[in-house]
Design a binder for this molecule. Sequence first.
Ligand code: LMR
Length: 397
Amino acid sequence: MPFFSDVPLLPDDPILGLPIIFAADPRPNKINLGIGAYKTAEGHSLVLTSVKKAESQILQRHLPKDYLPIEGEGEFIKCGLQLLFGAESALLQSGQIFAAQTVGGSGALRLAGEFLAKLVSKTIFLSQPSWSNHKQIFEKSGLSVGSYPYFDPQGHGLDFAGMCEAIRNMPPSSAILLHGCCHNPTGVDPNFEQWKELSSLIKKQQIVPIFDLAYQGFGQSLDQDAQAIRYFAGEGHEMLVAYSFSKNFGLYGERVGLLAITASQAECMPKLASQIKFLIRCNYSTPPLQGARIISTILKSHELTLEWQRELKNMCERVKEMRKALIAALLVKGQDKNFSYMHQQNGLFSFCGLTPDQVQRLRQEKAIYMPSNGRINIAGLNTQNVEYVAESLLSVM
Ligand code: LMR
């Protein structure tokens, strides 16, 4: 009996499907501005030297390959929390935080979603737009997914008034997903004063904030990029943070993430831990070893930490230079258009208002690839292709 003949075909993933289509394109001048991964000035993937050194140290230690505890590697979790909340954070001493290693930032989001759906919230609200995987992760977790205004297409900036108004109408106990820095896909972030207002509004409305922090270090600095989360934590929010180490350590395929949950009472911790550990155990049992070992090896070594920070800064600087170069080329070539708003965008991504049709034309006519929402991965630019990309963008806009 054919069991599978009626299984429907789903469309390719709008982001992870792109490298496959890109690889099949025979045009030599093709450019991939799709998946949110760092590329070097030569257009190559980068394995950080600090990571290579850590891997070689791990190899020399001949460590066992035993199962990790369900919540993950203890040293990794400790170092990760210090990176996120700051080494001096009072929260870390207070016992009001539980954290677990996860399978990338996506794994942390999925666990957060399942935990909230089971015990806390019915609905989660996402920024409009948000990372394309957010909606399906939270729907599959059992939450209803709503949205709040975020990007103002006319002004090319944050629709802060619209966002606040939407929060005022969210039912208590619902969850709100916030991008801690370097908003994906727009690159538009609230400023610190706006974060403070959001914190007080969210608290007043009795909503649970979930931060997605996938680009710490690619915005302003490691500390500044965590400023909003640290502020919310200091204000005593009970909240969740889904953290990804994919981008800032260049460990994409190692799938290293962290889920942190803060509570107002330390007594909650064993209960929270039991729930998250149960979700992990019946999902993927325990997390993988190697990525966590690499990160704890780096963060426990002063020398390797400094080297990693330098490498992260270099990646970030190159992206900033490429953003400037793109804006400059757009301004020279498209004199009637103003692109200076792109200077305000942070991190890997830029949004300049491309429609799905324009994205399609860029792919077909110019061999330039990006997701259909028009998100440009600035890290895919280099001095050889930036002029061509600017001309091509203008030709379809
Ligand atoms: C992206 O947004 O491109 C990255 O986070 C990769 C992914 O998993 O979508």
